[in-house]
Design a protein around this ligand. Structure first.
Ligand code: KG4
Ligand code: ZN
Length: 339
């Protein structure tokens, strides 16, 4: 029997300090997440300088806890996988520097991981039977990508957002209707009390590129609707606005994904990223896939939002593909997938 491979995954690209130990790419031994949401909520969004400082304070504690829960030591690790982009550069640097220091001190391999690659790979954790190829729709606070996963570590981006990311639209609309930060989960919860057909918000199509996304027009439509109501002195039904906005985002994400699966003749669909935790998206994608005869796999919400497990899983497959980074690995704020 071959030896077990243990990877420590480290994630600090935004406002979560996270570390996890994963065995053989799919078995979670620990998952420690220290969220900074409470502090950033005071400012209505993530403050980069505060994020970096908090990561510096927490990183050692979080890693120690991840090792403890997994009942392993640094000497048991086969490699360390760390997010090196995209994200806030000061935040990324904390994780990258920490990973490099441990790899140097313990003489173990370093594997840099793309954050979106992590989100794509999160789906493997609870679906041991799933293998590429499949279509992955990743929607987070900074990105909305439609990706063909050809093989482990082989990604072909066929669609991306041309302006706001889906999560960003959720956050901005939430702020406009007074729900505060982070918007996604709040819009999700409030939508359950609203009518998704109450207001006909646009379903944006991008001319000449069927898989790309654009959410800034939808965001403006919601803001215009709110302004008009205010000018006319009408009271706004927040739940209806939330539900109608959410329905528009979900329709577009589902439509593009199903279209890609059919066009490329790849009958397996997955989702990932913070927006994949959205209950309407999960239900809408499930229904559409059932209707179209596509297999559909999705991670539990805890693996949709940022975590270290997804980085360890993606790092495992990169490690098995022979990927190793040197101690000159740097944080890259706008890292492109596949580079
Ligand atoms: O993947 P993630 O944790 O961090 C980034 O990589 O950006 O995604 C965070 C984004 C935020 O915009 C947040 O509002 C959104 O995901 N989000 C949701 C839900 N939970 C988180 N959006 C819609 N519905 C949710 N339930
Ligand atoms: Zn993320």
């Amino acid at each position: 029997m071959s030896k077990d491979i243990l990877i420590l995954g480290i994630e600090t690209s935004c406002d979560e300090t996270a570390a996890s130990v994963v065995k053989n790419g799919r078995e979670v031994l620990s998952n420690v997440i220290d969220s900074q949401i409470d502090i950033h909520t005071l400012y209505g969004g993530v403050v980069p300088e505060i994020a970096s400082r908090k990561h510096t304070e927490k990183i050692n504690i979080v890693i120690k806890e991840a090792l403890k829960q997994a009942d392993v030591t640094l000497d048991d690790l086969d490699a360390i996988a760390v997010t090196y982009g995209p994200g806030l550069v000061g935040a990324l640097l904390v994780g990258v520097s920490e990973a490099k220091a441990i790899c140097y001190a313990k003489n173990i391999p370093l594997v840099g991981v793309h954050h979106i690659e992590g989100h794509i790979n999160a789906v493997y954790i609870e679906h041991k039977e799933l293998e590429p190829p499949f279509i992955s729709m990743v929607a987070s606070g900074g990105h909305s990508h439609l990706v063909i996963v050809r093989d482990y570590g082989k990604y072909e981006v066929i669609g991306r957002t041309l302006d706001d990311a889906a999560g960003e639209a959720f956050d901005k609309v939430a702020r406009a209707i007074g729900l505060g930060y982070p918007g996604g989960p709040k819009v999700d919860a409030l939508s359950k009390e609203g009518n998704p057909e109450a207001i006909a918000f646009p379903r944006a199509k991008v001319e000449n590129s069927v898989y790309d996304f654009s959410f800034s027009g939808l965001k403006s439509a919601v803001l215009n609707y709110l302004n008009k109501c205010e000018m006319k002195g009408e009271t706004v039904n927040q739940a209806d606005v939330a539900a109608s906005f959410q329905a528009s985002v979900v329709d577009v994400l589902v439509d593009h994904t199903v279209r890609a699966a059919k066009d490329y003749d790849i009958p397996v669909v997955t989702i990932g990223g913070g927006v994949a935790a959205n209950s309407a998206l999960r239900a809408g994608m499930k229904e559409a896939c059932e209707r179209e005869g596509l297999e559909f796999y999705y991670p539990s919400p805890v693996y949709c939002t940022d975590n270290g497990v997804m980085i360890a899983v993606a790092g495992y497959y990169e490690y098995m593909n022979g990927v190793r980074h040197g101690l000159d690995l740097n944080a890259v704020a706008n890292l492109k997938l596949g580079e």
